[in-house]
Design a protein around this ligand. Structure first.
Ligand code: PMV
Length: 319
């Protein structure tokens, strides 16, 4: 029997970039993110009698994801587990810096917990998903979410419900091809080679503190400053890795400049960029139309998506 689940990707404002423990995929520091509502990954899974897991991602095979999915299933069900058929469908480009692994692994773990009737509260399931993709743990919760990185395990919780502060995220897509270097490999490279890495990690608590204060006070200007600063610090660590990890293209820089110009004109908006060339502009609802049209008119921007804040991963009951 098939079991289904859906999860939304999340976009970090205070970023996760670095692991405390590679084998357990524990993050070296905490992070804060926004769970989106307009983008989704639906996962359907069924236990079956075959010899190999099967995976279809948007109706195609995907060998890189296949390995990560099977490892995730081993962790959840043990290595003597039955095999599974897995169907994944997303309504946005995957592996292109739009946090598709966050929604994919959150939806996968939720669907498998239903198919195999595993007991599990969202936090326990989030911890499993986080072993496959650190950011996936955050997609178990909605609104604004904090992940705190303990020595042995993570904690994840909602710090602001979607309706409490209904921020909007306007995503400028500058390239939809999959990225050349995956975030897992790239962050290990950064830890080993960037001269800025230790400094980056040691200052995360300070940025988390400022972001938490800004969110509690609904202080958009304060959240804007700390989020852009944190994003640029992460990219500085990437750029100073050896070999360098540069996810930006010319349109990424153009879109960042559009956001800066809007802010200079008094529009409440700031940017963030993840492991890919897309620019995510976070704004207050009243600024959304202006942000959208300015980004759509920015040279090199191919498409613009708009999202509000969504809810955490959940099972779907359809057959
Ligand atoms: O969860 P991963 O392994 O795909 O890494 C996510 C890394 C960033 O998206 C760049 C930052 C973040 O906190 O989501």
């Amino acid at each position: 029997m098939w079991a289904h689940a859906v999860a939304q990707p999340n976009i970090a404002l205070i970023k996760y970039w670095g692991k405390r423990d590679i084998a357990r995929n524990l993050p070296a520091a905490g992070s804060i993110s926004l769970t989106l509502d307009a983008l989704w990954t639906r996962m359907s899974v069924e236990l079956y009698e075959g010899d190999e897991d099967t995976l279809s991602v948007n109706a195609s095979a995907n060998s890189e994801m296949q390995k990560r999915v099977s490892e995730c299933l081993d962790r959840l069900l043990g290595s003597r587990r039955p095999k599974l058929n897995v169907l994944s469908e997303s309504n946005f480009p995957i592996a292109a810096g739009l946090a598709s692994s966050s929604s994919a692994f959150a939806a996968l773990v939720m669907a498998v917990s239903r198919a195999a009737q595993l007991p599990g509260d969202p936090l326990s399931l989030a911890r499993f998903a986080g072993m496959s993709s650190g950011s996936a743990a955050r997609s178990f919760f909605g609104g604004i979410v904090e992940l705190s990185a303990g020595q042995d395990e993570i904690d994840v919780f909602c710090i602001s419900d979607p309706e409490d502060w209904p921020l909007r995220v306007v995503i400028a897509i500058t390239e939809s091809a999959p990225k050349a270097v995956g975030s897992g490999t790239a962050m290990i490279r950064s830890a080993e080679t960037s001269p800025f890495y230790e400094n980056w990690i040691s200052r995360q608590d300070q940025d988390l503190h400022v972001a938490r204060e800004a969110i509690a006070a609904r202080d958009f200007g304060k959240l804007a400053l700390v989020s852009e600063h944190n994003c640029l610090k992460m990219h500085s660590v990437m750029w100073t890795s050896r070999p360098p990890v540069v996810y930006w293209n010319a349109a990424t820089v153009n879109a960042m400049e559009t956001v800066r110009e809007l802010r200079r004109a008094g529009v409440p908006v700031f940017f963030t960029v993840d492991a890919g060339p897309q620019v995510k502009a976070v704004c207050l609802p009243e600024a959304c139309a202006a942000v959208r049209s300015s980004l759509a008119a920015t040279p090199g921007v191919r498409e613009v998506l708009v999202s509000g804040l969504g809810t955490g991963a959940r099972p779907l009951d359809e057959a």
